[in-house]
Design a protein around this ligand. Structure first.
Ligand code: ZN
Length: 80
């Protein structure tokens, strides 16, 4: 199971996937125009993706261990 962030770069309108579980670096960079996200913003993004990934992992764990109903969440930002 991997958490994948769908990222849209407004510098070039490029869209790309960011695989949280296989990342080798904390840097977030557009693969089309090579624009880097500012470091502090990237850290905030990674914190949120990490918390989101942990939440889904915990939901799977509780379903497995405590037989709780299982839900899996995905987030999408709409507009612009
Ligand atoms: Zn770009």
């Amino acid at each position: 199971m991997a958490t994948i962030a769908k990222i849209r770069c407004l510098s070039c309108e490029g869209k790309f996937d960011f695989y949280f579980n296989v990342r080798k670096t904390d840097a977030i960079q557009c693969p089309y125009c090579y624009t880097y996200m500012e470091e502090q913003s990237a850290m905030q993004v990674l914190d949120v993706i990490g918390a989101f990934s942990d939440m889904n992992r915990d939901l799977r764990k509780y379903a497995d261990q405590r037989k709780e109903p299982l839900f899996q969440f995905n987030l999408h930002e709409r507009g612009n």
